[in-house]
Design a protein around this ligand. Structure first.
Ligand code: ADP
Length: 606
């Protein structure tokens, strides 16, 4: 309770006023006491001087002889009541200072006593009076009940020598009573002032501490997350400014927290829906955060109570994190490729800092690069394939050319044969380059489609006519089954002709002599479906899924022998897809193959 500002305030106020009152009180009482005693001394001196002037006996030089007269005068003085509380002793020095008369009631016992040894008088005052000095002193009475003022007044004879002393004592009871009354008044005033101080201090302190308490209470609520706190601004003073600053702070804080919430929710959404896996690992190796993708990658479903110790996780073992040394900043950043569960990941890590700006751990990002890896491999394979495909004819051309150049007397028939081979290989290279260029154009959408209405029936018949020689050569049985009322279709005639020609010629090529080839075309909903099937060698199961890849051939040697480049089906697929269609290949090894081309009838939007 007393630790509150209010009580501190009151106690300080109280002590200040108390100290001020005590200091002022002591000063006043001291001054008052001194003043009173001085007044009393002056009165006593005046009294003595009046007596000296009044009693003619005292003007005589030999007081010892006149002691009875002086005593009588003193008795008169005492009885007249002028003496008040004062007692006068007349001291005359014959051989020793002797009391010759006194206004004391027991003057008879006192008269004749040695003044220096008389207990009611102060010898030092008597001695200094004999030295000609008037002196006074406040003394406790011998019976110790009263305080008396003693004054020794030297009286000089005609030649200026001290002839005797008038020693007067006066009771100071009334003086000290007045001083005590003054003290009581001052104590009462102090108590009143202190009470008023406590009440005023309480009111002033409350006016300061109440708004502070209000602000504190609201700040406490804010700390618990309730930011709808407003303090009433009651004045324009420092407290009012504090209240309005508090309100401003609340608003600012609310805005900032709102912004932070928004940012956090954005980050949470990014974190949860990003395609990459992200985990945060603390310096002890525990996974403290993981987004859903990372949970999948690292199979983190069954979370142990203490959290995951990353080193214990099988997929994490594939990432070489041992080299991370939290003391060495150079090791805290890096990337590597890791194979986890049949997927390839690019794993990048970088440190994050905690609130003390120390390294709190590392953030690890898993980027699935399986597809990219596959594409990379395909690209490398493609380059190798192209080089290989071109190398074979180039080697052939080179060797035949060298042979021709080396033998000048080679006969005409042999040289013709050689030149025919060179010509064939050139044709082959030309075909490969042409196909590659076409693929490249298709890849970069550079192919100019010449879309026009066209009869599929007519197109297939033209193609069959072109291939008639090959069909006859292999003695195939070619059946055409084309619906009569097939609608015209909008296509790039040359492109689709290339597709169908490639598929039918494949059927001819990869079907042993005397084979059966059926070509059909029909309407199915808004599509024309062209089917080419044969009872040829078929395609083994494991090759089927790769058959549309560039340069992919089941039997490379055979295909090459038959003049194939391995690019036909991939070109066909791209052309059909560019027409908004689809191409499907079904095949059974040693049974036969069926290729289905689906083309939308209306392709005008291309
Ligand atoms: P190619 O120029 O070698 O014929 P394609 O891309 O047209 O190239 O065909 C790719 C591979 O698919 C061929 O090498 C062949 O092995 C296989 N193939 C295509 N059509 C058939 C078919 N009707 N019967 C059997 N194999 C086929």
């Amino acid at each position: 309770m007393f630790s509150s500002i209010k009580w501190k305030f009151i106690i300080i106020y109280f002590l200040l006023v108390l100290m001020a009152m005590v200091i002022v009180g002591i000063f006043i009482v001291q001054r008052f006491e001194t003043q009173q005693l001085e007044n009393r001394t002056n009165t006593m001196v005046k009294q003595v001087e009046t007596l000296l002037n009044t009693f003619s006996d005292l003007s005589e030089d030999d007081w010892l002889e006149l002691s009875d007269e002086i005593q009588n005068s003193l008795n008169e003085w005492r009885f007249s009541g002028f003496s008040g509380t004062e007692t006068l002793y007349v001291i005359y020095d014959a051989d020793i200072p002797r009391i010759v008369a006194s206004s004391h009631v027991n003057y008879e016992n006192i008269t004749g006593q040695n003044a220096l040894s008389y207990k009611s008088l102060d010898p030092t005052l008597i001695l200094s009076a004999y030295d000609g000095e008037r002196s006074d002193r406040v003394k406790q009475d011998a019976n110790e009940n009263t305080v008396l003022k003693h004054l020794a007044y030297p009286v000089f004879n005609k030649v200026g020598q001290v002839k005797g002393i008038l020693y007067i004592t006066d009771d100071l009871k009334d003086v000290y009573k007045t001083i005590d009354d003054t003290k009581t008044i001052l104590i009462n005033a102090t108590l009143l002032a202190l009470s008023i101080t406590v009440i005023l201090g309480f009111l002033i302190a409350s006016s300061i501490t109440e708004p502070i308490r209000d602000v504190t209470k609201k700040a406490e609520k804010m700390a618990k997350g309730d930011f709808d706190q407003f303090v009433e601004v009651k004045s324009n003073d420092e407290m009012g400014q504090l209240a309005s600053m508090f309100n401003y702070l609340t608003l600012k804080l609310k805005d900032t927290i709102h912004e932070m919430d928004l940012e956090k929710s954005k980050l949470d959404t990014i974190f949860n829906y990003m395609a990459d896996g992200v985990i945060a690992v603390d310096t002890n190796g525990y996974i403290i955060h993981a987004n859903p993708v990372a949970v999948d990658i690292l199979e983190l479903e069954n979370i142990p109570e203490k959290g995951f110790l990353s080193q214990n996780l099988l997929p994490m073992k594939k990432i070489n994190l041992e080299k991370i040394d939290y003391e060495d900043s150079d090791t805290l950043e890096g990337d590597q490729i890791a194979k986890i569960n049949n997927s390839i990941y690019q794993v990048k890590y970088a440190p994050f800092r905690n609130e003390k700006d120390d390294v709190g751990g590392v953030i690890i990002v898993f980027q699935d690069i399986t597809e990219q890896h596959k594409l990379d491999n395909m690209r490398k394979e493609f380059v190798a394939n192209v080089s290989h495909e071109l190398k074979t004819p180039i080697t052939t051309i080179k060797s035949y050319t060298e042979t021709l150049m080396g033998y000048g007397d080679i006969d005409r028939e042999l040289s013709h044969k050689f030149l025919t081979v060179i010509d064939d290989e050139c044709d082959r290279m030309n075909r490969i380059v042409k196909d590659l260029l076409q693929l490249s154009n298709l890849d970069y959408n550079k192919t100019k489609w010449n879309m026009a209405e066209c009869s599929i029936k007519r197109l297939i018949e033209d193609i069959c006519f072109k291939l008639d020689f090959s069909v006859r050569e292999k003695n195939h049985n070619l059946n055409l089954n084309i619906e009569d009322d097939l609608p015209n279709i909008v296509i790039d005639r040359d492109g689709i002709e290339q597709v169908i020609l490639n598929i039918i010629s494949n059927a001819i090529k990869y079907t042993p002599n005397n084979g059966e080839i059926n070509i059909s075309a029909k309407r199915q909903n808004n599509n024309i479906v062209i089917t080419v099937n044969d009872n040829g060698i078929g395609i083994p199961e494991e090759d089927k899924k790769r058959i549309f890849e560039r340069f992919y051939r089941v039997d490379k040697g055979r295909s090459r022998e038959l003049g194939g480049t391995g690019l036909g089906l991939s070109i066909a697929k791209q052309i059909v897809e560019a027409h908004g269609g689809n191409i499907i290949l079904r095949s059974k090894y040693n049974v036969g193959t069926e290729v289905i081309i689906v083309l939308p009838i209306d392709n005008r939007q291309l």
